[in-house]
Design a protein around this ligand. Structure first.
Ligand code: ZN
Length: 317
């Protein structure tokens, strides 16, 4: 492991040196060569001559964990969602307006590359998602004792790990490959750092009672582009199970709504989504909407051989 890091650093330095040597305007280029590297819990830290620092690889990461989802939500004019890789604020972009969503997006909660999931803490749910005492409760509360281990729900990368002064207390936010983020609040101790890769089931924090909290518990949220949804749309906390797919549409961002009721009305040729019915095949759907099977596969991140399920919603354009 140490050898690999050294090797990576050596390659990095070599590339940096070659870059500087090839540059015709060396005098104008600020000295980019780090003078030292330090191994930290957050990854390899590069120290520069002007005493600034950065983490190796941090600059290149744009925060997009799921290219297919991001392509859909950022290119469609009705979404236009943005995302940032921000270690110091919970909400990364205030203009991701879910009420603008006109289509239904099929999100694979689990896929073949990232099959794992974990219930963050197996305890009694003391408060559900929705309105509570005149406020919107953006997650679920799970009872625990201070010091109990909290686990990452899915594979992903830690975006935020610090004390949050506006109520969450010690908070970890993980961004996942499925396109969702999960929040774990009120911890007594944080066990993972920003930029750290985690696997589903990895210990990420110890439960506690920090922030705006009365009694030790885990406040757990699931968010899609900064917008909270009911974690119970995905997790069956009692059965310790998870749903494979989530239909993302503006209805799910309203407390009390269901993930499967997505829009009224029947088959509409101008619709941008299609709900699978008995007897449907990709070929038939492609013909109905004047598109191709390969285009359907690309839009929905699926293969021609994937099995269609009744009720499943496909994007058709
Ligand atoms: Zn809560």
């Amino acid at each position: 492991m140490a050898l690999n890091t050294t090797e990576t650093m050596r390659k990095f330095l070599l590339i940096a040196v070659l870059f500087l040597l090839n540059s015709s305007s060396i005098a104008q280029v600020p000295c980019l060569l780090p003078i030292d590297t330090v191994e930290t819990a957050n990854g390899t830290m590069l120290i520069y001559p002007n005493r600034t620092w950065a983490f190796l690889g941090e600059d290149e990461f744009d925060g997009v964990m799921n290219d297919a989802i991001h392509e859909m939500v950022s290119s469609d004019s009705t979404y236009g969602f943005k995302t940032k890789w921000d270690h110091n604020s919970t909400i990364t972009c205030t203009t991701n307006e879910v009420n603008e969503i006109e289509d239904t997006l099929w999100l694979c909660v689990l896929d073949t590359a990232h099959m794992g999931f974990a219930i963050p803490f197996k305890g009694r749910m003391t408060s559900k998602y929705g309105y509570r005492r005149g406020r919107n409760h953006n997650g679920v509360d799970i009872d625990l004792e201070t010091g109990d281990t909290i686990y990452a729900a899915f594979d992903g990368k830690v975006r935020y790990s610090q004390f949050h002064h506006k109520g969450f207390g010690n908070l970890i936010i993980i961004r996942h490959y499925n396109g969702l983020e999960t929040y774990y609040g009120h911890a007594s101790k944080l066990l993972a750092a920003p930029n750290q890769e985690v696997k589903a089931g990895d210990p990420i924090a110890l439960g506690g009672n920090t922030g705006r909290s009365t009694g030790s518990h885990l406040h757990f949220e699931v968010r899609f582009y900064d917008n909270p949804i009911n974690p119970e749309l995905i997790f069956d906390f009692k059965q310790e199970d998870v749903k494979d797919n989530l239909l993302v549409h503006r209805g799910i961002f309203r407390p009390g709504s269901s993930a499967t009721v997505y829009h009224s009305g029947s088959y509409d040729k101008s619709s941008s989504s299609h709900k699978i019915r008995s007897g449907d095949t990709l070929g038939k759907i492609a013909r109905m909407y004047g598109t191709s099977v390969s285009s359907l596969c690309r839009l929905n991140g699926m293969k021609e051989t994937d099995i269609l399920h009744i009720g499943q919603v496909l994007r058709v354009r």
